[in-house]
Design a protein around this ligand. Structure first.
Ligand code: PXG
Length: 459
């Protein structure tokens, strides 16, 4: 770093940040009052800010630091790769060892049949790749009219023009003229908010059957693909009822619609299996990946492609005019290889499945004993609690998002990072969190709920 960091106070950092930095998903006027929290280092599940305060990161960054912070092996492989070959592209008949080796490793760890990878640098790029790839695929298959992609309300698939169109976030669509043509949305399987008076399994089935209705309304010959996150992450850790995915799978099979499982959050152990597709028994045709692929140590994403589809693209497709300067960047690939090896060889995913995941879920469920909590749900290393008016079953307090905002502010003040999604509080801690750290996490959440309850009852 060229600045002398030692001589910078927190206030200096904040002033310089406010002067020059436009942040993602940020209301700058609101943020610059209190100032940004400047994070200077991290270790395990803890962040440290420029005042030296320790913060429990229950979000693993942005759902991505699966192996936890501070694994110097990743820095070492990046350095060594950058010394050997800092950059070369993978266009025009070129490749390099890290891009080749990672492709093989991904074919090994992803579900059977997904043996090809198209590299990108983020989840957004992976989903833009999905849009172009599925439409290209159908056009090669002599079905160019299959262009429509069906997604869900409140889905999150990224922030680029294409991926945000796939997403079902109305506030994002309102900015920048989205969605692009031929992307349509059906309702999400969010039982607590949208199906509370129904049997959850019936509700799951009904929501899945909206896909069939939509396909029939559009005409199956026009539908290219359905895309869904196995568990919606940014939408609020929405765990689908067990009837949902089998019915989606049946419908996709019946109408020959490609099934895209967006594994950007669920992938690499988050749900207690390597992929959310395994947890929900989804046979995906395409699988966007990012985040946990490198545990966020360097940017990298990709799309895993099923054998039959890759075969058409390779043998009949000719040139696919798509790719990014940094597709398969050598340093990112080297870091991803080491990261996947750590997840595998240290049994981190297995531990989430058999030990820490069930422990977290048991403790998380106990939060339902708090008067502010209407539901505590989760799977693997994901969790959400629904904030409600004490004494009711599912009534919210005030305008949507107000209670969530209050609770998030208490988390901030109490040095734990949780995300507020409207009035759901969500967690996605590093997969290496241990039992005593889970106890600490729950204790802090409980404290923040008490403080939120005080605010709510005094307002
Ligand atoms: N798909 C899914 C399922 C995601 O969660 C993306 C694609 C896009 O990935 P990139 O790498 O382009 O950001 C994501 C990203 C939040 C939050 O606040 C969630 C994401 C990103 C930023 C913030 O919950 N998810």
């Amino acid at each position: 770093m060229s600045l002398n960091a030692e001589s910078m106070s927190t206030a200096d950092w904040q002033a310089m940040d406010a002067a020059h930095h436009l942040h993602p998903f940020t209301d700058h006027k609101a943020m610059h009052g209190p100032g940004t929290r400047v994070i200077t280092r991290a270790e395990g599940i803890y962040l440290y800010d420029s005042d030296g305060v320790e913060i429990l990161d229950a979000m693993a960054g942005l759902w991505c630091v699966n192996i936890g912070y501070g694994r110097s092996e990743l820095a070492e492989v990046a350095m060594s790769q950058m010394q050997d070959l800092p950059y070369y592209n993978t266009f025009f008949q070129s490749a390099h060892p890290p891009s080749i080796e990672l492709g093989k490793l991904l074919a090994d760890v992803t579900p059977e049949g997904l043996n090809h990878v198209f590299y990108c640098n983020s989840g957004s790029e992976a989903n833009d790749t999905v849009i172009r790839m599925v439409r290209h695929y159908w056009s090669v298959k002599d079905a160019p009219e299959r262009t429509v992609i069906i997604s869900r309300e409140n889905a999150y698939h990224g922030s680029s023009v294409g991926s945000a169109s796939l997403g079902g976030m109305a506030h994002m669509h309102r900015q920048g003229g989205l969605p692009i043509p031929d992307v349509v949305h059906i309702d999400q399987p969010f039982w607590f908010d949208e199906g509370f008076d129904q049997d959850p399994e019936e509700f799951g089935l009904a929501r899945a059957r909206q896909l069939e209705q939509k396909i029939l309304e559009i005409g199956p010959e026009k539908v290219a693909a359905f895309i869904g996150e196995p568990v919606q992450g940014a939408g609020g850790v929405i765990i689908p009822p067990s009837t949902y995915w089998p019915e989606i799978q049946r419908i996709c099979n019946e109408y020959g619609v490609l099934l895209v499982a967006d594994e950007v959050i669920c992938g690499f152990g988050r749900t207690g299996n390597w992929f959310g597709s395994e947890t929900y028994n989804i046979k995906a045709d395409l699988m966007p990946i990012a985040k946990g692929l490198s545990s966020g140590y360097l940017p990298i994403g990709g799309v895993m492609v099923r054998e039959e589809i890759a075969d058409v693209l390779i043998n009949q497709g000719g040139e696919f005019f798509h790719g990014y300067t940094y597709s398969g960047h050598p340093a990112s690939c080297a870091v991803a290889i080491r990261n996947v090896e750590i997840l595998r060889d240290e049994g981190i995913v297995d531990r989430v499945a058999t030990d820490t995941g069930p422990y977290l879920q048991e403790k998380w469920k106990e939060l339902e004993g708090h008067p502010m909590v209407g539901e505590a749900r989760g799977i693997g290393m994901l969790g959400a609690i629904e904030l409600i008016k004490p004494g009711t079953r599912n009534e919210r307090v005030g305008e949507p998002g107000v209670t969530g905002g209050l609770c998030r502010d208490h988390c901030y003040a109490n040095n734990i990072v949780m995300r507020a999604v409207r009035d759901s509080m969500v967690i996605s801690p590093p997969l290496i969190i241990d039992r005593s750290q889970i106890d600490e996490l729950i204790e802090r959440v409980w404290r923040c709920l008490d403080l939120t309850q005080k605010d709510v009852s005094s307002s």
